[in-house]
Design a protein around this ligand. Structure first.
Ligand SMILES: Nc1ncnc2c1ncn2[C@@H]1O[C@H](COP(=O)(O)OP(=O)(O)OP(=O)(O)O)[C@@H](O)[C@H]1O
Length: 308
């Protein structure tokens, strides 16, 4: 159990830290903390004890009146922090959230163009600008919702996310997703999803609804999407089967996936996704529930610290 946050103090940066994110990141974290000290900042580390804990710590930070905090972890840890803030019902977007990327894919760091060096990350945390971001929202058929800052998806990628273990991610890094994808490609059932937008129904075998333009790391998937874009974008994958998965994956790594004719990209305000039987849904790289779902832009906003 961690101590509670001190009320906002100048030059003290509270850091919500997920020790299980990514691989062997201890030295990276120490370098960023040392660089912050060089800039005259002291860090208060709040370590998560397990899944869901970053949400609690974010709420605690909010209650203590913290105006600036950092998240040291991967996209899943940021996902929990923004969900904690959104669930609190705050309307003024809450504290400024900086990122110390320690995860496996670190899509958010790529999306905001965060420098890779410890000195660059530290400088961004305390001297960066602010970008207000409207979160995406996934509403479940049976009630409840979850917010996302990067993307939400159903189909093959959500199934991989549901199956890949944190132990494999620790051992193989991003390779864990490649390994799990190859294992699953020949066994997955490739169910069809119905997608309803503006009363029009379409079919796809996987859908990724994106707030960010990047996916799986720094790979460009939806160039028209953006954290400040007025609409969400959705990729509808129309082909199915192992060869389709391999070819979509190769095209993503080559930065050419968004140009393919068997991938339909649409802008939307609200999308309803159903499937004959419930299928896993992922958001920001973590499993969040099962279909049916509605995806839209939420009224909840967070304030990200971005490079100046
Ligand atoms: N102390 C902990 N022990 C085990 N799991 C934790 C702990 N704290 C948080 N978690 C869980 O770890 C999961 C993975 O974290 P995160 O997504 O940040 O890292 P990652 O998966 O390595 O990176 P990325 O999402 O960038 O690929 C989150 O779903 C979170 O709930």
């Amino acid at each position: 159990m961690s101590k509670s946050f001190k009320a906002s103090t100048t030059r003290v940066l509270p850091v919500i830290y997920n020790p299980s994110a990514g691989q062997r990141h201890g030295r990276r974290l120490s370098s960023v903390l040392a660089a912050l000290e060089q800039l005259g900042w002291r860090v208060e580390l709040r370590t998560t004890a397990g899944p869901g804990d970053a949400e609690r710590l974010a709420l605690e930070a909010l209650a203590s009146g913290v105006v600036r905090l950092a998240v040291a972890g991967g996209d899943g840890t940021v996902h929990e922090v923004v969900n904690g803030l959104a669930a609190s019902g705050i309307t003024n977007a809450g504290p400024q959230i900086g990122i110390i990327p320690l995860g496996t894919a670190n899509v958010l760091a790529a999306e905001i163009g965060l420098p890779r060096t410890a000195a660059g990350i530290a400088a961004c945390l305390v001297e960066g600008g602010i970008r207000e971001v409207r979160l995406g929202e996934v509403r479940f058929g049976n009630s409840g919702q979850r917010y996302f800052i990067l993307m939400a998806g159903v189909g093959f990628d959500a199934e991989v996310v549901a199956r890949v273990s944190s132990d494999l991610k620790r051992r193989l890094g991003k390779g864990a997703y490649v390994w799990e994808s190859l294992r699953l490609a020949f066994r997955y059932a490739y169910p069809a999803f119905s997608v309803v937008r503006d009363g029009k129904v379409e079919t796809a075998h996987a859908i990724i609804a994106a707030r960010s333009s990047r996916y799986g790391g720094h790979y460009l998937l939806t160039p028209a999407a953006g954290l400040s874009a007025p609409k969400l974008q959705a990729c509808l994958f129309t082909r199915r089967g192992p060869m389709a998965v391999l070819s979509y994956g190769a095209a993503l790594l080559a930065g050419k996936l968004f140009r393919r004719s068997d991938l339909k990209v649409i802008a939307f305000d609200e999308l309803r996704v159903t499937s004959p039987i419930g299928q896993p849904v992922q958001a920001d790289g973590d499993s969040i529930g099962m279909t049916p779902v509605s995806v839209s832009l939420s009224e909840h906003r967070v304030r990200l610290t971005v490079p100046a």
